[in-house]
Design a protein around this ligand. Structure first.
Ligand code: TYM
Length: 363
């Protein structure tokens, strides 16, 4: 049977990148899944503590992410929704996997290498930098592998930035199965989200991210229609008269084209959107000097409208869930993750029995 698993960091209210890269895809998979397919969605609070935050923030971010997942339409009866830390088997399997995982492979992971390069710039890992780098960041991919493997996931929907972590998870299966002679763990397949990486609206060379200090660089699921329109209108583009899709040389316009193609109709490519815009009278009849402005006006207006149409229902449901949370002191959200946590512990326990027996752990 198919087991779909995915995870998301509790970074608070999701932005458009989280929505298109993950949540929308989860919802689609849930709707299309056959009855015997299991779906498991995890809010990875253990991964989140690789970054230090002010007290109270993690708890708030977890609740906001949970409310957003529900608002998008992930159904806690149909799918298992839970906090990673409620299922100790994730951490247990992480340790066990770390005993067959290769240091060399882990040091080649881009996320780690980007941090390490800071150290190399300063003439070979001077002690100050090494002290700042934490082991949790290094072993992050092993915990991610454990998340997936402990539920015997067969399909893992993620954005492209996660494909290296997924390859590593498969490497963990190979290493573990070889070390303990048997098909104990299951190979997970990567399901790449059709949406290209959503880029920042203010600097299209960076990905849209929660940690960007400029709030106008991202659209949050809870932004009002007018906030959304303002942010899209202020998005950095360029002044080249003819509109075209070219992510390398025109990252700003291309980001908007890619977003519109995704919101308009999944079968439309960014190039289809370009062709459509270039066929409008307002655009074809514009002079060379005003053509770019006419095309951008159309593109931005259309995109803001589509985002507002699609997110309207999500925003309403999010506000309703948050209102309920205020009234009931968080009781409803707690019930959802307690129920999900229980289902997830049962799911993980089956694998842990196999693993403990293979490794000769327990009694
Ligand atoms: P995270 O929380 O950074 O992102 C969650 C998902 O959203 C996608 N994504 C994006 N897609 C398009 N454009 C963007 N700007 C954008 N930002 C994020 C990501 O590709 C991802 O699919 N390590 C993972 C969490 C994790 C996990 C797992 C995922 C932990 N354990 C097990 C899958 C399976 C992460 O940090 O994702």
């Amino acid at each position: 049977p198919k087991v779909i698993f995915s995870g998301i960091q509790p970074t608070g209210i999701p932005h458009l990148g989280n929505y298109l890269g993950a949540l929308q895809q989860w919802k689609r998979m849930q709707d299309e899944a056959s009855p015997d397919t299991r779906l498991i969605f995890c809010i990875v609070d253990l991964h989140a503590i690789t970054v230090r935050r002010d007290r109270g923030l993690l708890a708030q971010y977890k609740k906001e992410m949970l409310a957003a997942i529900l608002a998008v339409g992930i159904d806690p009866e149909r799918s298992t929704i839970f906090y990673q830390s409620s299922v100790p088997a994730h951490s247990e399997l992480q340790w066990i996997l770390s005993c067959t995982a290769s240091m060399g492979y882990l040091s080649r992971m881009t996320q780690w290498k980007s941090k390490m390069s800071m150290a190399e710039d300063q003439e070979l890992m001077d002690k100050k930098v090494l002290r700042k780098l934490k082991h949790g960041l290094f072993s992050y991919p092993i915990l991610q592998a454990a998340d997936i493997l402990v539920h015997r996931a067969t399909h893992v929907p993620v954005g492209k930035d996660q494909s290296q972590h997924l390859e590593f998870a498969r490497e963990c299966v190979t290493n573990f199965n070889a070390a303990y002679g048997g098909k104990h763990l299951v190979y997970p397949e990567t399901i790449l989200s059709p949406q290209k990486r959503v880029m920042s609206l203010r600097d299209p060379h960076k990905k849209m991210s929660k940690s960007d200090p400029d709030p106008s660089s991202r659209i949050l699921l809870t932004d009002t229609p007018s906030e959304t329109t303002t942010k899209i209108n202020r998005a950095i583009t360029d002044t080249i008269p003819h509109i075209s899709y070219d992510p390398d040389s025109r990252p700003g316009v291309s980001n908007l084209l890619s977003l519109l193609s995704h919101f308009a109709d999944a079968s439309q490519t960014p190039q289809d959107v370009v062709d459509m815009i270039n066929s409008f009278d307002e655009v074809t009849s514009a002079s060379e000097g005003t053509r770019n402005a006419a095309a951008m006006k159309y593109l931005k207006g259309k995109l803001a409208g589509r985002i507002n149409d699609e997110l309207g229902g999500v925003r309403e449901r999010y506000a309703a869930i948050m209102g309920r949370t205020e009234r009931d002191g968080g009781e409803y959200l707690r019930e959802v993750v307690e129920f999900g946590g229980k289902k997830a512990r049962e799911s993980a326990e089956g694998t842990m029995e196999i693993v403990r027996a293979a490794v000769e752990l327990g009694i």
